[in-house]
Design a protein around this ligand. Sequence first.
Ligand code: IMP
Length: 427
Amino acid sequence: MAAVVLIGSQWGDEGKGKITDFLAEKADMVVRYQGGNNAGHTVVANGEEFKLHLIPSGILYQDKTCVIGNGVVIDPKVLLEELSYLEERKIKTGKLLISSNAQVIMPYHLVLDGLEEEARGDKKIGTTKRGIGPAYMDKASRVGIRIIDLLDKEEFAEKLGRNLEEKNNLIVKIYGKEALKFEDIFDTYLGYAEQLRPMVADSSLAIDECIQAGEKVLFEGAQGTLLDIDHGTYPYVTSSSPIAGGACVGAGIGPTRINRVVGVIKAYTTRVGEGPFPTELLDGTGEEMRANGHEFGTTTGRPRRCGWLDAVIARYAARISGISDFAVTKLDVLTGLKTLKICVGYRVDGEIIYEFPQSQKIFKLCQPIYEELPGWQEDLTHVQHFEELPQAAQNYIRRIEELTGVPATLVAVGPGREQTIVRGTIF
Ligand code: IMP
């Protein structure tokens, strides 16, 4: 019996797609449990690049069952487009299951995401404008439309009618925009429902059966710890729970089923959207990281803010999710830098703190305290074993382990499946 949860340890974009793909080879089932198509996972498999937003990266292996769990918000149009994109590239998608209880992103969610952001002015969150926040708002308000509702014409008509009345009130009376039409949405979404119907399942049951049969299940988190609605840099967060605990809620499994938690952590830090970022580099080094690491959003194309690795954040992520193993990604991107810095604590108002602050007002004031380590000049992209890394690169990884108390079991030195140094067994 093996259930492994994989999460992002920073602000998302840690390279989870690549590590999921790497671990998926050994798994029987791969499950998404939160978020929606705000995520963007880039995976290079057999030299080919794939960009996925909703479907678990495990789909690239033809024999894995992939599951979109109840905690995910699904834009059916995007899901169907992603299925076509995969089919066109000769990837079979017949083993995909969709939870009947997952929430549906509706056209008014997209409209409201845009309008709400605009109304926030300089307090905007910098959302991906994919309707994620408004869809989760409806879920919490208990008016959301679930996949199962889409499959029932009468139920869907009733729920859509009620929602549209309320949403059009907002759209027209508050924001002064044009109302959305019932018929347009109803017919289109019924069409989507028929295409999705064969994939809809009781996904919690399917996952449990897999675990009980002694098979291996990988839970694939999207976004990252600091974008978590409870534990992240609120309000500059997403609307779901990307932390390991989110897997229990968003997939319908108990915490006693989980054996390990892999925290994916980039060798430096990036952030998209607004909000404080103590180790951000606004100079040439930051630009170098962005260029060498191709740090532009998979979903929105936005340039990512780049900075040094923050061990305070790494320790915090390890605590919140009970991370048992780190997968350090993009170590190769740091090649060529003379000196590397790791943030080990913060200076705030003349005080030194070593724990991630609860208050965002304080986090905003945090000045990083750095430890400096020598860099390396050698190309790492062909290295297969840890001992073959330049001494400075080994020291950098070992220092991360010391500062966090978590072993770096996997170290990635390039985007390909084979560019992964393995120092222990996960599955
Ligand atoms: P939303 O999830 O679209 O509501 O966006 C909320 C915040 O989360 C924004 O700062 C986004 O940039 C950020 N965000 C959402 N998804 C991702 C992701 O996959 N990677 C990085 N940032 C993300």
